[in-house]
Design a protein around this ligand. Structure first.
Ligand code: C5P
Length: 408
């Protein structure tokens, strides 16, 4: 794999030497790109001696038959920035391209991992937090800093993560890159709206952000994605979108998309009940609502599923969170249930972050501490990929026997 290792000007630049060595030892072709400030901390010769390629001089240099500022980013399979100073994060978030590192970041379509390192005051500044949120939203992966000794004898949060952590995260990320290639993933998202009359609806607080993040992550990992959504959010690029409003619409859209799908992730907050008889004209006065249950789409999928298909449900709970989710997993007959405690701060509805526990029908329990919904999406998909792999033989057999029957 071709890796661009961006090094910016912080004391943690000395740890980037170790990151470089570990990536090279793991068999990758590493090109270090140093900012001017980084050169004040660590000599170019150190990186040139360790890396696979010499350190490019800058924006105006020719590189592999092209120009460095585009060639490096175009050819990279992965970009790691360690350390990423507050300044580099700001310039990346703003889309600037006035040195080789920032230009490479703008050009590349490869996954990017940033490893922030700075003083605590800077780390806690809202400008840094906002820039990181922007980058996360665009799919950039962040290896958060730790607490410890900083430059100038200070101590606190902002110390760059250890090289072993950075390298493990970066390599796991790139392993995800094409692991859903050739699969069809159907994702539902958003809260449904159930008509009372032409004006009023019954709905819930779901924003659709987690479902959209799953669709985006699945597409980035090579899947063909159908996103069935009731959310007003801009859908991610490169996915087929079916807009729906009610549980009945969602039921129909999922019924159409799911039979051939390898994976169905029901992240939508489908209404459990709806008005039994919505009226055609606006109601006046205080109506007496008679409700009826909606069809359980997910349970229906589980009953009709073909071998090898992976089904994922969601559970938003406020108490006995894991116990209730475990019962839901069994009741619905799915492979995975992703549960969040929506009463916790920063978790669930409408937040950009989430904290979940992923329960497997095989008894597995994966806890994902508070992080971006995009990163939660990738951990969920890691679990899906593991199940696709273990069920792959079953699925192939089933498909082959179907094909045989058709040919008969
Ligand atoms: O039973 P509960 O609504 O808590 O289950 C949540 C899970 O079931 C979610 O994955 C949701 O998308 C799905 N669901 C469904 N059809 C319904 C209600 C929920 O597929 N009518």
């Amino acid at each position: 794999m071709r890796i661009v290792l961006g090094v910016s000007g912080g004391i943690a630049a000395y740890k980037a030497v170790e990151v470089c060595r570990r990536l090279v030892d793991a068999g990758h072709q590493v090109t270090p790109v140093l900012t001017d400030a980084a050169r004040r901390f660590v000599g170019e010769a150190t990186f040139s001696a360790l890396a696979s390629d010499p350190v490019p001089e800058g924006l105006w240099q020719r590189w592999e038959g092209g120009i460095a500022h585009t060639r490096l980013g175009q050819r990279a399979d992965l970009v790691v920035i360690a350390p990423a100073t507050a300044d580099v994060l700001a310039r990346y978030a703003a889309g600037m391209a006035d040195d080789l590192l920032s230009a490479t970041l703008l050009v590349t379509r490869a996954p990017v991992v940033v490893c922030p390192a700075m003083h605590t005051e800077m780390w806690e500044h809202p400008a840094v937090a906002e820039n990181l949120a922007t980058l996360r939203r665009r799919g950039v992966h962040v290896v958060p800093p730790e607490s410890g000794k900083l430059a100038g004898g200070d101590e606190g949060a902002g110390r760059m993560a250890e090289p072993a952590t950075i390298v493990a995260t970066a390599l796991a990320l790139s392993a995800r890159r094409h692991d859903l290639a050739g699969t069809h993933v159907v994702v539902s998202a958003g809260g449904t709206r159930e008509a009372i009359d032409p004006v009023r609806v019954i709905t819930n607080r779901s924003s659709g952000k987690q479902g959209h993040a799953i669709a985006e992550a699945a597409a980035a990992r090579g899947a063909r994605v159908t996103l069935v959504t009731s959310s007003a959010l801009e859908p991610p690029a490169g996915v087929e979108v079916v807009h729906v409003e009610s549980a009945a619409d969602m039921h129909a859209a999922i019924a159409a998309a799911a039979p051939g799908a390898d994976v169905v992730v029901m992240a939508a907050a489908v209404a459990d009940f709806r008005p039994k008889a919505p009226v055609a004209q606006k109601l006046h006065g205080l109506p007496e609502l008679v409700l009826e249950p909606t069809p359980d789409i997910l349970a229906g999928l589980a009953e009709a599923r073909r071998p090898g298909q992976v089904l994922v449900g969601f559970a938003a709970e406020t108490q006995d969170v894991v116990d209730r989710a475990r019962r839901k997993l069994e009741r619905k007959g799915v492979d995975l249930v992703v549960v969040n405690d929506v009463s916790a701060p920063g978790v669930g509805f409408d937040h950009d972050t989430n904290e979940v526990t992923i329960l497997g029908a095989d008894g597995s329990v994966v806890v994902v501490p508070l992080t971006s919904k995009r990163q939660v999406a990738d951990v969920i998909l890691d679990q899906v990929v593991a199940r696709l792999r273990s069920g792959a033989t079953d699925a192939r057999d089933a498909r082959d026997s179907k094909r045989d029957t058709k040919e008969d």
